[in-house]
Design a protein around this ligand. Structure first.
Ligand code: E4P
Length: 217
């Protein structure tokens, strides 16, 4: 499973990339707002840190304008994936931009049928939003499983990018189901290393080690 980092925080991306934990990055207009930086400038910097796909989202809502914005964003760096919303216009823009050889991430996917359309429009990635479905008492993971099944049934090549990942349990579950990629905030990725039994076991080992009076170095 590939790990994308869901942030426009350059320092956090750099820290994870150094450990090989950032196979790509996803941003959106809310994350650009949070960064307080210019979209082109911060996206270019991120593209220099990670080799993999960096999603940058258009804000136009009509296909022709989405295509124009997508081309502008794609010109920032070769590893840009143009992020388009899962609307009819977004699908039209997806078809054109993938036809021109650009990577496209179709975002804000909330149903298997929407994911089917994204695959048929040639999307490189489809982003089902797990956490936002859970927020309204629906089952986000069930959507990931449904899309996995349908894509496998018909051998669609579009990669399932589990998005709106809010917890370590989401990550494990998406991996079990076979999502190709997950994108999560840096704090969730770092929390994957935590386990109370690891902490307790380490405390015990260190306490016993002190009692031996020995040193390794
Ligand atoms: C994905 O590409 C989105 O940027 C992100 O995962 C949305 O997450 P949220 O629902 O926690 O805002």
């Amino acid at each position: 499973m590939k790990f994308f980092v869901d942030t426009a925080d350059v320092a956090a991306i750099r820290e994870l990339a150094e450990l090989g934990m950032a196979d790509g990055v996803t941003t959106n207009p809310s994350l650009i707002l949070k960064s307080g930086r210019d979209i082109v400038e911060v996206t270019r910097e991120i593209c220099g840190i990670v080799e993999g796909p960096v999603s940058a989202e258009v804000v136009a809502t009509e296909a022709a304008a989405m295509i124009a914005e997508g081309r502008r964003l794609a010109a920032i760096a070769p590893n840009i994936a143009v992020k388009l919303p899962l609307t009819w216009d977004g699908l039209r823009a997806c078809k054109v931009l993938t036809g021109e050889g650009f990577m496209v991430n179709v975002t804000l996917c909330f149903s298997v049928n929407q994911a089917l359309l994204a695959a048929k429009a040639g999307a490189t990635f489809v982003s089902p939003f797990v956490g936002r479905l859970d927020d309204i008492n629906l089952d986000g993971m069930q959507l990931i499983a449904g899309i996995r099944q349908v894509y496998d049934n018909y051998d669609f090549r579009t990669q399932i990018l589990a998005a709106s990942i809010r917890s370590v349990n989401h990550v494990a579950e998406a991996a079990r189901i076979g999502a190709d990629v997950m994108t999560a905030p840096p704090a969730v990725i770092k929390a994957l290393a935590s386990h109370p039994l690891t902490d307790r076991g380490l405390d015990q080992f260190l306490a016993d080690w002190r009692k031996t009076g020995q040193k390794i170095l």
